[in-house]
Design a protein. Structure first.
Length: 134
């Protein structure tokens, strides 16, 4: 809706393909509650960094922070799961959702007038499509 292309890469082949296509001016947000994803995709993270991308990481595993030195942003989620409490999945999803909403809001505000026109055109097109279905 706001003229920014986003990719979600959650498979190894997807991550590698997206990583090679990114360059200066692009940004990457890597989310891994446990931190295991960060170790698994360390090569792709280094590739996008060497291509000039800005990289932010969100995880509850602070032990990976040293191996990820030099990142533009390292967001730490407090551990929400213990032996007696299994709230981590819901908790992590809410934190991730909040962070993505903040990023969207910031991107939207960067070019507010143009983005408002895009949203209005999108809504008009969507409404027109619904009229033809009825």
């Amino acid at each position: 809706k706001i003229g920014i292309t986003c990719y979600v890469a959650h498979q190894h082949g997807d991550a590698l393909a997206v990583s090679t296509a990114l360059g200066p001016g692009d940004g990457v947000l890597v989310v891994s509650y446990s931190g295991s994803f960060l170790r698994q995709y360390a090569e792709e993270i280094q590739l996008v960094r060497s291509n000039g991308c800005k990289v932010a990481v969100m995880t509850s595993d602070v032990s990976v922070q040293d191996s990820m030195a030099g990142l533009e942003c390292f967001l730490t989620l407090p551990l929400g799961e213990t032996t007696g409490s299994k709230i981590a999945t819901f908790y992590a999803q809410e934190c991730i959702r909040f962070t993505l909403n903040c990023i969207y809001g910031e991107c939207f505000s960067q070019n507010y007038r143009a983005n408002m026109r895009r949203v209005q055109r999108y809504d008009e097109h969507k409404n027109e499509a619904y009229r033809f279905q009825g």
